[in-house]
Ligand binder design. Sequence first.
Ligand code: GLC
Length: 508
Amino acid sequence: MATKKTSLTKHPLKILFVSSEVEGFAKTGGLADVAKSLPAALKKMGHDVRIVMPFYQTINGKDNAVAILSTELFVEPQPFAVSYQVMQLDESNVPVYALDAPQYYDRPELYAENNQAYADNGERFSFLSAASLDLCEKLGFQPDVIHCNDWHTGLIPFLLKTRYAQSDFFAKSKSVITIHNAVFKGVFNYDQYSLIPELIQRRYINAEMDPSHISMLKAGVAYADKVNAVSPNYASELLTHLGSHGMEADFQNRAKDLYGIINGCDYDDWNPETDAYIKQKFKANKVSLARGKKACRRDLQKQVNLPELDVPVYGMVCRLTEQKGLHYLIPVLEDFLLNDVQVVIVGTGDPTLASALRDISEQHSDKFAFVETYSNPLAHCVEAGVDFFMMPSEFEPCGLNQMYSLAYGTLPIVRGVGGLKDTVIDYDQTPLVATGFIYDAPTPEALLIKLQRSLLLYCQRPQEFKRLQQNAMACKFNWAESAEQYLDMYLGGEQSLVNEICNDKVDA
Ligand code: GLC
Protein backbone atom coordinates (compact mmCIF):
# COMPACT_ATOMS: atom_id res chain seq x y z
CA MET A 1 0.00 0.00 0.00
CA ALA A 2 2.76 2.41 0.97
CA THR A 3 4.52 1.99 -2.36
CA LYS A 4 1.31 2.67 -4.23
CA LYS A 5 0.84 5.96 -2.38
CA THR A 6 4.44 6.97 -3.10
CA SER A 7 3.93 6.38 -6.78
CA LEU A 8 0.76 8.41 -6.54
CA THR A 9 2.42 11.45 -5.02
CA LYS A 10 5.03 11.34 -7.75
CA HIS A 11 2.32 10.99 -10.36
CA PRO A 12 -0.72 13.13 -9.75
CA LEU A 13 -3.76 11.73 -11.48
CA LYS A 14 -5.77 13.48 -14.15
CA ILE A 15 -9.41 13.17 -13.11
CA LEU A 16 -12.43 14.18 -15.18
CA PHE A 17 -15.42 14.58 -12.85
CA VAL A 18 -18.76 14.64 -14.66
CA SER A 19 -21.93 15.71 -12.87
CA SER A 20 -25.30 17.09 -13.92
CA GLU A 21 -25.13 19.67 -11.12
CA VAL A 22 -22.45 21.42 -9.10
CA GLU A 23 -23.01 23.59 -6.02
CA GLY A 24 -22.25 27.23 -6.77
CA PHE A 25 -23.36 26.82 -10.39
CA ALA A 26 -26.59 24.77 -10.47
CA LYS A 27 -28.16 22.70 -7.72
CA THR A 28 -31.27 20.71 -6.93
CA GLY A 29 -29.88 18.31 -4.31
CA GLY A 30 -26.95 16.77 -2.46
CA LEU A 31 -25.27 15.58 -5.66
CA ALA A 32 -24.29 19.20 -6.31
CA ASP A 33 -22.62 19.48 -2.90
CA VAL A 34 -20.52 16.41 -3.56
CA ALA A 35 -19.65 17.61 -7.06
CA LYS A 36 -18.22 20.78 -5.57
CA SER A 37 -16.43 19.36 -2.55
CA LEU A 38 -14.94 16.09 -3.74
CA PRO A 39 -13.12 17.54 -6.78
CA ALA A 40 -11.83 20.37 -4.56
CA ALA A 41 -10.52 17.86 -2.00
CA LEU A 42 -8.84 15.79 -4.72
CA LYS A 43 -7.28 18.92 -6.17
CA LYS A 44 -5.94 19.86 -2.74
CA MET A 45 -4.18 16.49 -2.70
CA GLY A 46 -2.32 17.51 -5.84
CA HIS A 47 -4.43 15.91 -8.55
CA ASP A 48 -5.43 17.60 -11.78
CA VAL A 49 -9.23 17.62 -11.67
CA ARG A 50 -11.64 19.10 -14.22
CA ILE A 51 -15.42 19.15 -13.80
CA VAL A 52 -17.87 18.80 -16.70
CA MET A 53 -21.52 19.85 -16.39
CA PRO A 54 -24.24 21.29 -18.63
CA PHE A 55 -24.33 25.05 -19.32
CA TYR A 56 -27.87 25.55 -18.04
CA GLN A 57 -29.80 28.74 -18.72
CA THR A 58 -29.82 29.42 -14.97
CA ILE A 59 -26.17 28.60 -14.29
CA ASN A 60 -24.41 31.02 -11.92
CA GLY A 61 -21.41 32.83 -13.30
CA LYS A 62 -22.77 32.69 -16.84
CA ASP A 63 -21.65 36.23 -17.62
CA ASN A 64 -18.03 35.50 -16.82
CA ALA A 65 -17.89 32.21 -18.71
CA VAL A 66 -15.30 32.02 -21.48
CA ALA A 67 -15.72 29.83 -24.57
CA ILE A 68 -12.64 27.65 -24.83
CA LEU A 69 -13.88 25.33 -27.58
CA SER A 70 -16.47 25.56 -30.38
CA THR A 71 -16.98 22.25 -32.02
CA GLU A 72 -19.33 19.51 -33.18
CA LEU A 73 -20.08 16.10 -31.78
CA PHE A 74 -20.13 13.74 -34.75
CA VAL A 75 -22.25 10.69 -34.32
CA GLU A 76 -21.19 8.00 -36.73
CA PRO A 77 -22.71 6.49 -38.74
CA GLN A 78 -25.55 9.00 -38.30
CA PRO A 79 -25.66 11.71 -40.93
CA PHE A 80 -25.71 14.50 -38.34
CA ALA A 81 -23.61 16.34 -35.81
CA VAL A 82 -24.45 18.44 -32.74
CA SER A 83 -22.71 21.80 -32.39
CA TYR A 84 -21.62 22.80 -28.93
CA GLN A 85 -19.28 25.07 -27.07
CA VAL A 86 -17.27 24.41 -23.95
CA MET A 87 -17.63 27.35 -21.59
CA GLN A 88 -15.09 27.58 -18.84
CA LEU A 89 -16.55 28.88 -15.59
CA ASP A 90 -14.68 30.63 -12.78
CA GLU A 91 -11.38 28.86 -12.29
CA SER A 92 -10.67 29.92 -8.72
CA ASN A 93 -11.14 26.37 -7.53
CA VAL A 94 -11.36 23.46 -9.95
CA PRO A 95 -11.82 24.30 -13.66
CA VAL A 96 -15.44 23.75 -14.65
CA TYR A 97 -16.22 23.00 -18.28
CA ALA A 98 -19.87 23.71 -18.99
CA LEU A 99 -21.35 22.24 -22.16
CA ASP A 100 -23.28 24.86 -24.07
CA ALA A 101 -25.79 23.16 -26.35
CA PRO A 102 -28.82 25.49 -26.26
CA GLN A 103 -31.27 22.97 -27.71
CA TYR A 104 -30.64 20.80 -24.64
CA TYR A 105 -29.87 23.10 -21.75
CA ASP A 106 -31.25 26.56 -22.48
CA ARG A 107 -34.40 25.98 -20.41
CA PRO A 108 -35.81 27.40 -17.18
CA GLU A 109 -35.06 24.28 -15.12
CA LEU A 110 -32.49 21.48 -14.92
CA TYR A 111 -34.65 18.38 -15.32
CA ALA A 112 -38.37 19.17 -15.08
CA GLU A 113 -40.95 21.92 -15.12
CA ASN A 114 -44.13 21.77 -13.02
CA ASN A 115 -43.15 18.31 -11.79
CA GLN A 116 -43.03 17.11 -15.41
CA ALA A 117 -39.66 15.76 -16.57
CA TYR A 118 -38.46 17.16 -19.90
CA ALA A 119 -39.54 14.70 -22.56
CA ASP A 120 -36.07 14.54 -24.11
CA ASN A 121 -34.04 13.98 -20.93
CA GLY A 122 -32.67 10.77 -22.44
CA GLU A 123 -31.16 12.69 -25.35
CA ARG A 124 -30.09 15.64 -23.17
CA PHE A 125 -28.05 13.45 -20.86
CA SER A 126 -26.72 11.05 -23.47
CA PHE A 127 -25.31 14.23 -24.98
CA LEU A 128 -23.66 15.04 -21.62
CA SER A 129 -21.98 11.62 -21.62
CA ALA A 130 -20.90 11.67 -25.26
CA ALA A 131 -19.67 15.28 -25.27
CA SER A 132 -17.69 14.82 -22.02
CA LEU A 133 -15.49 12.31 -23.80
CA ASP A 134 -15.45 14.26 -27.07
CA LEU A 135 -14.15 17.39 -25.35
CA CYS A 136 -11.30 15.52 -23.61
CA GLU A 137 -9.74 14.65 -26.92
CA LYS A 138 -10.30 18.11 -28.34
CA LEU A 139 -8.89 19.89 -25.29
CA GLY A 140 -6.05 17.40 -24.98
CA PHE A 141 -7.02 16.38 -21.45
CA GLN A 142 -6.20 12.69 -21.17
CA PRO A 143 -7.88 11.48 -17.97
CA ASP A 144 -6.58 8.61 -15.86
CA VAL A 145 -9.96 8.43 -14.15
CA ILE A 146 -13.35 9.51 -15.43
CA HIS A 147 -15.55 9.89 -12.40
CA CYS A 148 -19.25 9.63 -13.29
CA ASN A 149 -22.17 10.42 -11.01
CA ASP A 150 -25.66 8.93 -11.12
CA TRP A 151 -27.69 8.05 -14.21
CA HIS A 152 -27.04 11.31 -16.06
CA THR A 153 -23.48 10.17 -16.74
CA GLY A 154 -24.08 6.41 -16.92
CA LEU A 155 -23.36 6.13 -20.64
CA ILE A 156 -19.76 7.31 -20.24
CA PRO A 157 -18.45 3.91 -19.07
CA PHE A 158 -20.43 2.28 -21.88
CA LEU A 159 -18.97 4.61 -24.53
CA LEU A 160 -15.44 4.05 -23.24
CA LYS A 161 -15.83 0.32 -23.76
CA THR A 162 -17.57 0.61 -27.14
CA ARG A 163 -17.06 3.82 -29.16
CA TYR A 164 -13.61 4.38 -27.65
CA ALA A 165 -12.58 0.75 -27.18
CA GLN A 166 -9.76 1.05 -29.73
CA SER A 167 -8.87 4.65 -28.94
CA ASP A 168 -5.21 5.28 -28.07
CA PHE A 169 -6.21 8.49 -26.36
CA PHE A 170 -8.43 6.73 -23.81
CA ALA A 171 -6.44 3.49 -23.72
CA LYS A 172 -5.46 4.03 -20.08
CA SER A 173 -8.59 5.86 -18.91
CA LYS A 174 -10.65 4.03 -16.30
CA SER A 175 -14.14 4.88 -15.17
CA VAL A 176 -15.84 5.03 -11.81
CA ILE A 177 -19.53 5.60 -11.18
CA THR A 178 -20.78 6.95 -7.87
CA ILE A 179 -24.33 6.07 -6.91
CA HIS A 180 -25.99 8.96 -5.10
CA ASN A 181 -29.50 7.68 -5.59
CA ALA A 182 -30.36 4.43 -7.36
CA VAL A 183 -34.08 5.16 -7.39
CA PHE A 184 -33.46 7.33 -10.44
CA LYS A 185 -32.38 4.93 -13.15
CA GLY A 186 -32.55 7.14 -16.25
CA VAL A 187 -34.85 4.86 -18.23
CA PHE A 188 -35.61 5.92 -21.78
CA ASN A 189 -36.97 4.48 -24.96
CA TYR A 190 -34.45 3.51 -27.64
CA ASP A 191 -35.77 6.49 -29.69
CA GLN A 192 -33.97 8.84 -27.32
CA TYR A 193 -30.58 7.32 -27.95
CA SER A 194 -29.93 8.66 -31.44
CA LEU A 195 -26.61 10.10 -30.17
CA ILE A 196 -25.55 6.66 -28.95
CA PRO A 197 -26.12 4.38 -31.94
CA GLU A 198 -23.87 1.77 -30.26
CA LEU A 199 -26.71 1.13 -27.82
CA ILE A 200 -29.21 0.59 -30.56
CA GLN A 201 -26.92 -1.60 -32.63
CA ARG A 202 -25.92 -3.82 -29.75
CA ARG A 203 -29.23 -3.93 -27.88
CA TYR A 204 -27.11 -4.28 -24.79
CA ILE A 205 -29.06 -6.58 -22.57
CA ASN A 206 -27.51 -5.71 -19.18
CA ALA A 207 -28.84 -2.20 -19.45
CA GLU A 208 -32.27 -3.09 -20.76
CA MET A 209 -35.30 -2.68 -18.52
CA ASP A 210 -37.53 -4.24 -21.17
CA PRO A 211 -37.22 -4.76 -24.93
CA SER A 212 -37.79 -1.08 -25.68
CA HIS A 213 -36.14 0.74 -22.77
CA ILE A 214 -32.56 1.21 -21.64
CA SER A 215 -31.48 2.40 -18.19
CA MET A 216 -28.48 4.71 -18.22
CA LEU A 217 -27.75 3.81 -14.60
CA LYS A 218 -27.67 0.10 -15.40
CA ALA A 219 -25.28 0.81 -18.27
CA GLY A 220 -23.01 2.74 -15.91
CA VAL A 221 -23.03 0.00 -13.28
CA ALA A 222 -22.40 -2.72 -15.86
CA TYR A 223 -19.53 -0.97 -17.64
CA ALA A 224 -17.71 1.18 -15.07
CA ASP A 225 -14.43 -0.20 -13.79
CA LYS A 226 -15.45 0.59 -10.22
CA VAL A 227 -18.80 1.39 -8.63
CA ASN A 228 -19.33 3.09 -5.31
CA ALA A 229 -22.19 4.13 -3.10
CA VAL A 230 -22.10 7.30 -1.01
CA SER A 231 -22.02 5.41 2.30
CA PRO A 232 -20.88 1.92 3.37
CA ASN A 233 -24.37 1.04 4.58
CA TYR A 234 -25.96 2.12 1.28
CA ALA A 235 -23.41 -0.03 -0.57
CA SER A 236 -24.66 -3.06 1.37
CA GLU A 237 -28.29 -2.04 0.82
CA LEU A 238 -27.65 -1.93 -2.93
CA LEU A 239 -27.07 -5.68 -2.83
CA THR A 240 -30.66 -6.21 -1.67
CA HIS A 241 -33.91 -5.96 -3.61
CA LEU A 242 -35.47 -3.27 -1.43
CA GLY A 243 -32.33 -1.22 -0.96
CA SER A 244 -31.41 -1.21 -4.65
CA HIS A 245 -34.92 -0.47 -5.91
CA GLY A 246 -34.88 -3.68 -7.90
CA MET A 247 -31.32 -3.44 -9.23
CA GLU A 248 -29.79 -5.99 -6.84
CA ALA A 249 -28.66 -8.32 -9.65
CA ASP A 250 -26.74 -5.46 -11.31
CA PHE A 251 -24.96 -4.59 -8.07
CA GLN A 252 -24.39 -8.21 -7.07
CA ASN A 253 -22.67 -8.75 -10.42
CA ARG A 254 -20.30 -5.95 -9.48
CA ALA A 255 -19.91 -6.87 -5.79
CA LYS A 256 -16.14 -7.31 -6.14
CA ASP A 257 -15.81 -3.75 -7.46
CA LEU A 258 -18.43 -2.15 -5.22
CA TYR A 259 -17.26 0.31 -2.56
CA GLY A 260 -19.03 2.40 0.06
CA ILE A 261 -17.50 5.79 0.79
CA ILE A 262 -19.21 8.25 3.08
CA ASN A 263 -19.59 11.81 1.83
CA GLY A 264 -17.82 14.55 3.68
CA CYS A 265 -19.35 17.69 5.08
CA ASP A 266 -18.20 21.05 3.78
CA TYR A 267 -17.21 22.79 7.00
CA ASP A 268 -16.28 25.97 5.14
CA ASP A 269 -19.99 26.42 4.43
CA TRP A 270 -21.44 24.69 7.49
CA ASN A 271 -19.67 25.96 10.56
CA PRO A 272 -21.50 27.78 13.37
CA GLU A 273 -18.31 29.66 14.25
CA THR A 274 -18.14 31.37 10.87
CA ASP A 275 -21.65 31.07 9.35
CA ALA A 276 -22.62 34.47 7.93
CA TYR A 277 -26.29 33.50 7.59
CA ILE A 278 -27.00 32.91 11.28
CA LYS A 279 -27.96 35.50 13.88
CA GLN A 280 -25.22 34.69 16.36
CA LYS A 281 -22.14 32.60 15.66
CA PHE A 282 -21.25 30.05 18.32
CA LYS A 283 -18.63 27.53 19.40
CA ALA A 284 -18.94 24.11 20.99
CA ASN A 285 -18.24 25.32 24.53
CA LYS A 286 -21.34 25.24 26.69
CA VAL A 287 -21.76 28.97 27.28
CA SER A 288 -21.23 29.97 23.66
CA LEU A 289 -23.46 27.14 22.45
CA ALA A 290 -26.33 27.96 24.80
CA ARG A 291 -26.23 31.68 23.93
CA GLY A 292 -25.82 31.08 20.21
CA LYS A 293 -28.62 28.52 20.02
CA LYS A 294 -30.97 30.80 21.91
CA ALA A 295 -30.30 33.80 19.65
CA CYS A 296 -30.59 31.64 16.53
CA ARG A 297 -33.83 30.07 17.78
CA ARG A 298 -35.37 33.52 18.38
CA ASP A 299 -34.27 34.64 14.94
CA LEU A 300 -35.71 31.54 13.30
CA GLN A 301 -39.01 31.90 15.17
CA LYS A 302 -39.20 35.49 13.95
CA GLN A 303 -38.45 34.50 10.35
CA VAL A 304 -41.09 31.76 10.25
CA ASN A 305 -43.72 33.57 12.36
CA LEU A 306 -43.72 31.34 15.41
CA PRO A 307 -44.06 32.74 18.93
CA GLU A 308 -40.67 33.54 20.45
CA LEU A 309 -40.86 30.99 23.26
CA ASP A 310 -38.25 28.89 25.04
CA VAL A 311 -39.63 25.55 23.90
CA PRO A 312 -37.79 22.75 22.11
CA VAL A 313 -37.89 23.28 18.34
CA TYR A 314 -37.80 20.46 15.79
CA GLY A 315 -36.78 21.13 12.20
CA MET A 316 -36.66 19.56 8.79
CA VAL A 317 -35.30 20.91 5.50
CA CYS A 318 -35.78 18.74 2.46
CA ARG A 319 -37.26 18.17 -0.94
CA LEU A 320 -40.88 17.15 -0.41
CA THR A 321 -40.63 13.63 -1.77
CA GLU A 322 -41.50 10.15 -0.57
CA GLN A 323 -37.78 9.50 -0.07
CA LYS A 324 -37.63 12.03 2.74
CA GLY A 325 -40.35 10.25 4.71
CA LEU A 326 -42.88 13.06 5.07
CA HIS A 327 -45.61 10.45 4.71
CA TYR A 328 -44.41 9.03 8.03
CA LEU A 329 -44.38 12.41 9.76
CA ILE A 330 -47.63 13.92 8.49
CA PRO A 331 -49.96 11.33 10.15
CA VAL A 332 -48.40 11.89 13.60
CA LEU A 333 -47.47 15.55 13.38
CA GLU A 334 -50.65 16.82 15.04
CA ASP A 335 -50.25 14.30 17.87
CA PHE A 336 -46.72 15.48 18.43
CA LEU A 337 -47.86 19.10 18.41
CA LEU A 338 -49.98 18.37 21.49
CA ASN A 339 -46.68 18.71 23.36
CA ASP A 340 -45.11 21.99 24.28
CA VAL A 341 -42.94 22.10 21.14
CA GLN A 342 -42.54 23.90 17.85
CA VAL A 343 -41.88 22.35 14.45
CA VAL A 344 -40.47 24.05 11.35
CA ILE A 345 -40.43 22.41 7.93
CA VAL A 346 -38.81 24.08 4.91
CA GLY A 347 -38.98 22.63 1.42
CA THR A 348 -40.67 22.39 -1.95
CA GLY A 349 -41.79 19.48 -4.08
CA ASP A 350 -44.74 17.12 -4.21
CA PRO A 351 -47.93 19.25 -4.25
CA THR A 352 -49.93 16.68 -2.22
CA LEU A 353 -47.38 16.63 0.59
CA ALA A 354 -47.15 20.43 0.44
CA SER A 355 -50.89 20.84 0.76
CA ALA A 356 -51.07 18.42 3.71
CA LEU A 357 -48.36 20.41 5.49
CA ARG A 358 -50.07 23.70 4.64
CA ASP A 359 -53.33 22.42 6.17
CA ILE A 360 -51.61 21.44 9.40
CA SER A 361 -49.82 24.76 9.63
CA GLU A 362 -53.12 26.62 9.23
CA GLN A 363 -54.61 24.57 12.08
CA HIS A 364 -51.60 24.97 14.36
CA SER A 365 -50.04 28.25 13.35
CA ASP A 366 -48.80 28.83 16.92
CA LYS A 367 -46.70 25.65 16.89
CA PHE A 368 -46.00 24.60 13.34
CA ALA A 369 -44.52 26.60 10.46
CA PHE A 370 -44.31 25.23 6.93
CA VAL A 371 -42.22 27.41 4.64
CA GLU A 372 -42.68 26.31 1.06
CA THR A 373 -39.42 27.46 -0.38
CA TYR A 374 -35.93 26.35 -1.23
CA SER A 375 -33.58 28.72 0.54
CA ASN A 376 -29.98 28.10 1.48
CA PRO A 377 -29.84 30.98 4.00
CA LEU A 378 -33.01 29.72 5.72
CA ALA A 379 -31.60 26.17 5.76
CA HIS A 380 -28.63 27.51 7.74
CA CYS A 381 -30.94 29.32 10.16
CA VAL A 382 -32.94 26.11 10.73
CA GLU A 383 -29.83 24.03 11.39
CA ALA A 384 -28.60 26.64 13.87
CA GLY A 385 -31.93 27.51 15.49
CA VAL A 386 -33.58 24.15 16.16
CA ASP A 387 -32.77 21.60 18.85
CA PHE A 388 -33.62 18.46 16.89
CA PHE A 389 -33.52 17.75 13.14
CA MET A 390 -35.88 15.10 11.74
CA MET A 391 -34.92 12.75 8.90
CA PRO A 392 -37.50 9.94 8.80
CA SER A 393 -36.25 8.93 5.34
CA GLU A 394 -37.67 5.99 3.46
CA PHE A 395 -34.13 5.53 2.18
CA GLU A 396 -31.11 7.83 2.33
CA PRO A 397 -27.97 7.00 0.35
CA CYS A 398 -25.88 9.33 2.50
CA GLY A 399 -27.76 12.38 3.68
CA LEU A 400 -26.01 15.66 4.38
CA ASN A 401 -28.41 17.48 6.68
CA GLN A 402 -27.68 15.17 9.60
CA MET A 403 -24.00 16.09 9.25
CA TYR A 404 -24.85 19.79 9.19
CA SER A 405 -27.08 19.27 12.25
CA LEU A 406 -24.29 17.59 14.20
CA ALA A 407 -21.97 20.50 13.42
CA TYR A 408 -24.52 22.96 14.88
CA GLY A 409 -25.20 20.96 18.07
CA THR A 410 -28.64 20.01 16.71
CA LEU A 411 -29.48 16.39 17.47
CA PRO A 412 -30.61 14.38 14.43
CA ILE A 413 -33.57 12.00 14.76
CA VAL A 414 -33.15 9.62 11.84
CA ARG A 415 -34.37 6.34 10.47
CA GLY A 416 -31.59 3.73 10.44
CA VAL A 417 -31.12 3.55 6.70
CA GLY A 418 -28.26 4.25 4.29
CA GLY A 419 -25.77 6.84 5.40
CA LEU A 420 -27.94 7.96 8.32
CA LYS A 421 -27.00 4.77 10.10
CA ASP A 422 -23.32 5.36 9.38
CA THR A 423 -23.25 8.90 10.72
CA VAL A 424 -25.57 9.12 13.75
CA ILE A 425 -25.07 7.26 17.06
CA ASP A 426 -28.28 6.35 18.84
CA TYR A 427 -28.89 7.47 22.42
CA ASP A 428 -30.85 4.37 23.35
CA GLN A 429 -28.15 2.01 22.09
CA THR A 430 -24.97 3.71 23.26
CA PRO A 431 -25.85 6.65 25.51
CA LEU A 432 -22.26 7.59 26.37
CA VAL A 433 -21.13 8.34 22.84
CA ALA A 434 -24.55 9.12 21.36
CA THR A 435 -25.06 12.02 18.97
CA GLY A 436 -28.79 11.65 18.24
CA PHE A 437 -31.61 9.18 17.84
CA ILE A 438 -32.10 6.29 15.41
CA TYR A 439 -35.20 4.17 14.89
CA ASP A 440 -35.87 1.43 12.39
CA ALA A 441 -39.49 0.65 11.58
CA PRO A 442 -40.86 2.51 8.55
CA THR A 443 -44.00 3.61 10.36
CA PRO A 444 -45.40 6.89 11.68
CA GLU A 445 -45.74 5.28 15.13
CA ALA A 446 -42.05 4.39 15.35
CA LEU A 447 -41.17 7.96 14.44
CA LEU A 448 -43.57 9.38 17.01
CA ILE A 449 -42.09 7.19 19.74
CA LYS A 450 -38.60 8.48 18.93
CA LEU A 451 -39.80 12.09 18.83
CA GLN A 452 -41.39 11.67 22.27
CA ARG A 453 -38.23 10.00 23.52
CA SER A 454 -36.10 12.93 22.40
CA LEU A 455 -38.48 15.36 24.05
CA LEU A 456 -38.23 13.49 27.35
CA LEU A 457 -34.47 13.77 27.21
CA TYR A 458 -34.67 17.49 26.52
CA CYS A 459 -37.17 18.20 29.29
CA GLN A 460 -36.09 15.77 31.99
CA ARG A 461 -32.35 15.41 31.53
CA PRO A 462 -31.07 18.76 30.28
CA GLN A 463 -27.47 18.02 31.28
CA GLU A 464 -27.57 14.79 29.33
CA PHE A 465 -29.05 16.66 26.34
CA LYS A 466 -26.16 19.13 26.50
CA ARG A 467 -23.67 16.28 26.65
CA LEU A 468 -25.12 14.85 23.45
CA GLN A 469 -24.78 18.26 21.82
CA GLN A 470 -21.09 18.23 22.72
CA ASN A 471 -20.71 14.72 21.29
CA ALA A 472 -22.46 15.84 18.12
CA MET A 473 -20.27 18.89 17.63
CA ALA A 474 -17.15 16.78 18.09
CA CYS A 475 -18.09 14.60 15.08
CA LYS A 476 -16.18 15.37 11.92
CA PHE A 477 -16.79 14.09 8.42
CA ASN A 478 -13.92 15.65 6.57
CA TRP A 479 -13.83 15.63 2.79
CA ALA A 480 -10.07 15.10 2.94
CA GLU A 481 -10.66 11.68 4.50
CA SER A 482 -13.38 10.72 2.01
CA ALA A 483 -11.17 11.88 -0.86
CA GLU A 484 -8.40 9.58 0.48
CA GLN A 485 -10.86 6.70 0.28
CA TYR A 486 -11.80 7.65 -3.29
CA LEU A 487 -8.13 7.61 -4.08
CA ASP A 488 -7.77 4.21 -2.47
CA MET A 489 -10.63 3.06 -4.66
CA TYR A 490 -8.85 4.48 -7.73
CA LEU A 491 -5.54 3.03 -6.51
CA GLY A 492 -6.14 0.32 -3.97
CA GLY A 493 -7.17 -3.32 -3.79
CA GLU A 494 -5.98 -6.39 -5.60
CA GLN A 495 -8.16 -5.94 -8.67
CA SER A 496 -7.82 -2.21 -8.43
CA LEU A 497 -8.29 -0.32 -11.64
CA VAL A 498 -5.65 2.27 -10.97
CA ASN A 499 -3.23 -0.34 -9.76
CA GLU A 500 -2.83 -0.58 -13.49
CA ILE A 501 -2.62 3.17 -13.89
CA CYS A 502 0.07 3.36 -11.18
CA ASN A 503 2.06 0.52 -12.61
CA ASP A 504 1.90 2.11 -16.02
CA LYS A 505 3.12 5.38 -14.61
CA VAL A 506 5.89 3.76 -12.62
CA ASP A 507 6.94 1.86 -15.75
CA ALA A 508 6.84 4.98 -17.89
C1 GLC B 1 -28.63 12.17 -3.09
C2 GLC B 1 -29.04 11.27 -1.93
C3 GLC B 1 -28.48 11.78 -0.61
C4 GLC B 1 -26.98 12.02 -0.74
C5 GLC B 1 -26.70 12.95 -1.91
C6 GLC B 1 -25.22 13.20 -2.15
O1 GLC B 1 -29.28 13.40 -3.01
O2 GLC B 1 -30.45 11.19 -1.85
O3 GLC B 1 -28.71 10.85 0.43
O4 GLC B 1 -26.49 12.60 0.44
O5 GLC B 1 -27.22 12.40 -3.10
O6 GLC B 1 -24.49 12.01 -2.36
